[in-house]
Design a protein around this ligand. Structure first.
Ligand SMILES: Nc1ncnc2c1ncn2[C@@H]1O[C@H](COP(=O)(O)OP(=O)(O)OP(=O)(O)O)[C@@H](O)[C@H]1O
Length: 504
């Protein structure tokens, strides 16, 4: 559908009628065919009187327009003047959460509109369209050919690539050739050549990219300079849900184009002889097993996780372990209050490039040592034989509709830990599952929540089992985790919050 065929937007037309008189002359630009483009408070209004026509509707005289339209600034991708023409590109909504780039071209009459005025107007439009977001981002795109049942590449080419092109982004695309390829690419990439690395995949590729950066001598610089973002192309896509609130490829592309450089807490996880970075979660118990122990049920799609979870729930499987914490708080009330405070303050965005002090810096030193050291004396230790779930989260949403850690914030410098005892009974556990989707999970008294700076988990009993880090399996060995506030950089919609309902 072309712009000329866009049906009249009654509310936009009404807004235009009342707003036009109040606007400063500079906010309007007259272009060819008597069209006027006006910068309103949150949208560009295209007024095209030529195509207005009077029609009768149920006996009433009404004005219909086929071209006048209001385009939210957020949807404007680019604007430029070339050969006495103004070319506007914007993301046009197609169906719910799906967008496609569309172009409007207008002649500019130099006599009527001096070129300097037109240039100034374009700059004003772009300022409104981008705000604090970086324009013309340079993007390194990695596509997992197996992601999303093998459709990730097609999804990217059809729904994301045209948006980046319309927004004037510089894009280099590579399809990963083997497991671990994204780690190798991130380890060697030129971090001055790109503003962001996009993973068209599930959560596995961002995890690999992080750990590729972690291997570099200038790890901290790479993590500050190159933002990581996801184009949803896997089955879980938690990163996209948390930072953009969507699983739509085209809307994610728009959110990346308009994305704000946001500092993200990362954690270091040590096991004997290794140190890895994690951005999403660590789990032990029923959730880890339901995710990793059901690979043979992949044919079931997303239902395999629920199936795995329910069968273990019915068998009342428990997971003995010792857990030690460097605790910040275990009060849900305090968490709610702190979340509201955090929400009010908007901390600074990460600068383009990076700040002086991280240049050439490697990973930060571990404050609490590794899993091989003695547990620090000010940590609390719990020994349990009846645990059903241990889940530590850095982001709020773990998969669509599952806001497991509502109090989590991107840069609060803390890890959210949820523990559920297996002694609570099947019915109660089932009702909690429902509350996870419908809300109220956080407030269940049986849901123990802690905010911690660091923790250690030592599995007991059993020769082998599942521990999941960002959805990937790690060896069945004790592990220790500590948070590094704001070590990573991501692109997000809000600049400081996850796209999740807080713990209210
Ligand atoms: N070319 C490849 N061949 C084999 N494995 C790959 C390749 N590219 C990436 N991988 C692996 O695929 C794994 C899963 O990646 P992804 O990020 O898509 O997560 P996912 O959520 O598991 O997605 P999905 O469930 O749709 O596969 C990663 O661990 C990565 O190492």
């Amino acid at each position: 559908m072309s712009a000329d065929e866009v049906p009249a937007d009654a509310s936009a037309a009404k807004m235009a009628a009342s707003d036009l008189g109040e606007l400063s002359p500079d906010s309007s630009l007259a272009v060819g065919n008597n069209v006027t483009l006006t910068l309103q408070s949150d949208a560009l209004f295209v007024n095209d009187p030529k195509t207005k026509k009077d029609v009768r509707y149920c006996g009433l005289q009404v004005v219909a327009s086929t071209a006048s339209q209001s385009i939210p600034f957020y949807d404007i991708l680019s604007a430029q003047i070339s050969d006495s023409a103004l070319i506007l590109k914007y993301a046009k909504p197609v169906v719910k959460d799906d967008y496609t780039p569309s172009t409007l071209t207008y002649a500019l009459d130099n006599g009527q509109t001096p070129p300097a005025k037109a240039e100034a107007w374009v700059e004003q439009l772009l300022k409104s369209a981008y705000g604090q977001a970086q324009r013309n981002k340079r993007l390194r795109v990695l596509i997992n050919p197996h992601g999303g049942k093998g459709y990730a590449k097609d999804l990217y080419n059809e729904y994301a690539a045209p948006m980046f092109e319309a927004a004037g982004c510089k894009v280099d695309v590579e399809v990963t050739k083997y497991s671990g390829h994204a780690t190798d690419i991130a380890e060697k990439m030129d971090i001055d050549a790109y503003d962001a690395i996009l993973c068209c995949s599930g959560d596995g590729l961002p995890y690999e990219v992080l750990n590729g950066f972690a291997k570099r001598a200038d790890a901290a610089e790479a993590l500050a300079k190159v933002a990581i973002a996801m184009v949803p192309g896997g089955s879980g896509n938690a990163m996209a849900w948390n930072l953009f609130g969507t699983n739509s490829v085209s809307l994610t592309a728009l959110n990346i184009i308009k994305g704000l450089r946001t500092p993200l807490d990362l954690v270091s996880l040590t096991q004997p002889g290794t140190r890895t970075l994690s951005f999403l979660s660590q789990s032990y118990g029923m959730i880890a097993e339901s995710d990793l122990g059901t690979e043979h049920l992949r044919w079931m799609g997303a239902a395999r996780f629920t199936f795995g979870f329910l069968t273990r729930l019915l068998r009342q499987v428990t997971y003995p372990c010792d857990i030690s914490f460097k605790l910040e708080t275990d009060s849900k009330q305090v968490m709610k209050e702190r979340y509201l405070e955090y929400k009010k303050q908007k901390p600074p965005l990460r600068p383009i490039g990076c700040s002086e002090e991280v240049i050439g810096q490697g990973l930060p030193a571990l404050k609490y040592g590794t899993v091989d050291d003695a547990v620090p004396s000010d940590w609390q230790t719990i020994s349990t034989d009846t645990l059903s779930n241990f889940y530590a989260g850095n982001m709020a949403i773990m998969s669509a509709d599952v806001n497991f850690f509502p109090a989590a914030a991107p840069n609060d410098g803390l890890i959210d830990v949820v523990m559920i005892d297996g002694a609570i009974g099947r019915m109660r556990a089932l009702s909690m599952m429902t509350a996870l989707e419908k809300g109220g999970f956080f407030d269940y008294p049986e849901v123990e929540v802690r905010k911690v700076h660091a923790y250690r988990l030592v599995p007991r009993g059993g020769k082998d089992g599942y521990i999941s880090v960002d959805g990937e399996r790690i060896p069945w060995q004790p592990f220790q985790v500590e948070v590094h506030p704001g070590l990573g950089t991501v692109l997000s919609k809000s600049g400081h919050l996850y796209e999740a309902q807080g713990p209210i």
